[in-house]
Write a protein that binds this ligand. Structure first.
Ligand code: CA
Length: 332
C-alpha cells in the first residue's frame, strides 16, 4: 500500500496539548513545492481512550468548526484522561471557500471514503483520516449541519447497525451528546461516507445535523459546544458531569421520510421545522417560476411525524431534497 503523503506536525503519542497541522503536499501554479496546511490539535494525558473529533467535512457547515475550535483553544490538560484528536476543518479547501465540495477537485469528502493515497487532494485527506486517524480512535464524532441548501432540527445521530452491541454503544454516545433531538438516521446513500467506514471497523460513531442554511445560530453553536464535551465526558476522556437537557428521540423508518423535488420552481413552506404532520398533509408548494396559469406542485408527508429537515434556499431544482419527516420515538 502506498503511504499517505500527509505529514502531521504533531506527535500523536506525546503527552500535552499540541496545535499543529496536517501538511499535505499540494503543488500548484502559486506554490511549486507548496502544501495544504490543515489545522489540528492533539491533547493527550496518559493512556485512556481516544476520541477523534471532526468538523468541516462539508465546508459550509459551521457548528462543528465553532465547537471544535473552541474546544481546542480552551481545553486544559488536567481535565483530560486519554487522547483527543481535533480537526475542526477537515475539508480545509472547502471550508476556506465556504462551499460543500472542495474547490480544488470538486469532490464531496463525505462521499469519498475510503479515499486514495495517490488520488486528488480530497481523496488523500479521506485516506489519511481512515488509515491514520481512525485506527487510533475508540470513538469518532463527525459534526455536520445542513449547509447552504438544507436546514435541520438540531440532532445528534447514530445508525441502525447489524451489530446490536455496537449500535447500543453508538446510541449511548449519541444520547450523551444531549442535543434537543436524537435521531436514528437513515442515509439516502451511505457509500463513501466516513460513518459507514468507521462503523464497519466496529467503533463508536456519532454524527450530527445541527441546523443549516450555511450559517450557525447562538443556539446551535451552544448545542454543539455542550454536546462535544458531553460525549467526551461519557467516554470518560473529560472529567466532570455532563450537562444534560431533554431530548426527543426521532426515527427515520424508511424512504417515505423524504420528499424530493420533481420540478424547478420556488418554495412556499406550509409547515415549519418541528411541526407535527399527518401522512398526506401538505408540507410545501413548488411554484412555477415562468407562468401564472399553472397550479404549484404540492408535496405531502409520506408518514405521521414531525418536519425534521427542509430545503433552505427559496429556489429549488429538480431532484433537490425538499423535506424530511421523522417519527418521534419517545424521549431519551
Ligand atoms: Ca453535511
Amino acid at each position: 500500500m502506498i503511504p499517505n503523503p500527509i505529514a502531521p506536525t504533531v506527535d500523536f503519542e506525546a503527552d500535552g496539548i499540541q496545535h499543529g497541522f496536517l501538511r499535505l503536499p499540494w503543488s500548484r501554479n502559486e506554490s511549486a513545492w507548496g502544501n495544504l496546511m490543515i489545522p489540528i490539535t492533539v491533547v493527550r494525558n496518559g493512556f485512556g481512550p481516544t476520541a477523534l473529533l471532526t468538523g468541516g467535512s462539508h465546508g459550509d457547515e459551521y457548528e462543528g468548526p465553532i465547537a471544535l475550535s473552541d474546544l481546542a483553544r480552551n481545553i486544559t490538560l488536567e481535565e483530560v484522561n486519554g487522547r483527543i484528536i481535533i480537526v475542526p476543518f477537515l475539508n480545509y479547501p472547502a471550508f476556506r471557500a465556504g462551499t460543500r465540495l472542495s474547490p480544488i477537485d470538486a469532490f464531496n469528502l463525505n462521499r469519498t471514503f475510503p479515499g486514495r493515497p495517490d488520488g486528488s487532494v480530497t481523496e488523500k485527506i479521506a485516506d489519511f483520516v481512515l488509515r491514520v486517524l481512525v485506527p487510533m480512535a475508540d470513538l469518532v464524532l463527525d459534526f455536520h449541519s445542513g449547509g447552504k441548501t438544507l436546514d435541520f432540527l438540531p440532532f445528534a445521530a447514530c445508525h441502525v447497525l447489524e451489530n446490536k452491541e455496537q449500535e447500543r454503544r453508538c446510541r449511548e454516545a449519541r444520547d450523551a451528546f444531549s442535543a434537543p433531538y436524537s435521531m436514528t438516521m437513515l442515509e439516502i446513500d451511505n457509500v463513501g461516507m466516513l460513518d459507514t467506514e468507521v462503523e464497519a471497523l466496529g467503533k463508536i460513531f456519532v454524527t450530527t445535523e445541527l441546523g443549516g442554511g450555511g450559517t450557525a445560530t447562538s443556539t446551535s453553536a451552544g448545542i454543539a459546544k455542550r454536546g462535544v464535551r458531553n460525549v467526551l465526558k461519557h467516554m470518560e476522556i473529560l472529567a466532570g458531569e455532563r450537562e444534560e437537557s431533554p431530548s426527543v428521540a426521532l426515527d427515520m423508518p424508511g424512504p417515505e421520510c423524504f420528499c424530493f423535488s420533481e420540478a424547478e420552481g420556488f418554495v412556499e413552506p406550509l409547515v415549519d421545522l418541528g411541526a407535527k404532520v399527518k401522512k398526506g398533509d401538505p408540507l410545501l408548494y413548488v411554484h412555477p417560476v415562468d407562468r401564472l396559469d399553472l397550479r404549484p406542485g404540492e408535496y405531502r408527508a409520506g408518514l405521521d411525524g414531525i418536519l425534521a429537515s427542509r430545503h433552505f434556499p427559496g429556489l429549488t431544482r429538480l431532484g433537490d431534497c425538499l423535506a424530511v419527516v421523522a417519527v418521534p420515538d419517545g424521549s431519551v
